[in-house]
Design a binder for this molecule. Structure first.
Ligand code: SF4
Length: 263
């Protein structure tokens, strides 16, 4: 079995949702604008750091391809407003943030890292590892409406996982960070830096072993306190046995193209 931060997060959200997503292969039909935007921004930044490409041009090309993709855009965040926000925030990133980076090797951008815990493989794809303001930093890029809360960053398990993966692979690190590109009319970028202790890593590894054991034992109970979280669980039609909603809102990955499948 292989685990990842995404898998553990989904299992935490609801074990039954994990089963629907990873074991049975169900996906929502509707594409979420926030995820599409984050993905398009990521592609721009990856192109910038891997091959020195213009991230604004890469973002714009990817965004144009979504114009007629049947996405339900929001009232405030339409396709057009997100296009302008994306171009604006990436332009600002190039002007103000890019100069803070140094010694970013292309192979350290979206690099696959893995480590073992109790015979289970844990894999991660941190966005970038290099120097920021002269310190060895692992950076994960995010898009959000507002800057992250400092306490949440301190507790964030994705950063704990990445710190551990770097250590386990003998890669020295001074700090981990979220670099958040804010979806505002006035482009803005907010940084959150953090460190992790050996105790943080030990507790996370312990949790991974527990989650892996539960998955291997086939424990996928419903966690109904999660049904209404975020914008509401996509898998409610399955739990409710609503056949009409299943047919209109969900699709099996075997009926999707490879590009559409998110793991
Ligand atoms: S609807 Fe509720 S119980 Fe069912 S998978 Fe979603 S969160 Fe879990």
């Amino acid at each position: 079995m292989a685990l990842s931060h995404s898998r553990v997060t989904r299992y935490d959200f609801c074990p039954r949702a994990y089963r629907y997503y990873y074991l049975e292969g169900w996906r929502p039909v509707a594409k979420k604008p926030a995820l599409l935007f984050g993905d398009a921004i990521d592609r721009g930044l990856t192109a910038l750091f891997q091959r020195g490409a213009d991230p604004v041009a890469v973002f714009e090309a990817g965004w144009q391809a979504l114009k007629d993709a049947g996405v339900e855009w929001g009232k405030r965040h339409t396709w057009d407003t997100l296009l302008e926000i994306g171009k604006g925030v990436l332009t600002r990133f190039v002007a103000e943030e890019r100069p803070r980076f140094s010694n970013v090797a292309p192979e350290h951008v979206q690099r696959s890292l893995s480590a073992q815990v109790d015979g289970v493989s844990f894999v991660g794809y941190p966005d970038l590892y290099g120097e920021v303001d002269g310190l060895r930093t692992l950076v994960d890029f995010k898009t959000a409406q507002s800057a992250y809360d400092a306490e949440e960053v301190q507790l964030n398990e994705q950063l704990t996982a990445y710190w551990w993966l770097l250590e386990a692979n003998g890669i020295p690190v001074d700090r981990v960070a979220f670099c958040v590109l804010l979806k505002l009319k006035e482009p803005k970028i907010a940084w959150s830096f953090a460190n992790r202790t050996p105790q943080d890593i030990a507790e996370y590894r312990e949790k991974l072993a527990l989650v892996a054991g539960d998955i291997a034992s086939g424990r996928f109970p419903k966690k109904t306190s999660s049904c209404g979280l975020w914008s509401g669980c996509d898998y409610r039609p399955l739990c409710l046995g609503n056949e009409t909603a299943i047919r209109t809102q969900l699709v099996l990955t075997e009926e999707m193209s490879d590009e559409e499948i998110v793991v």
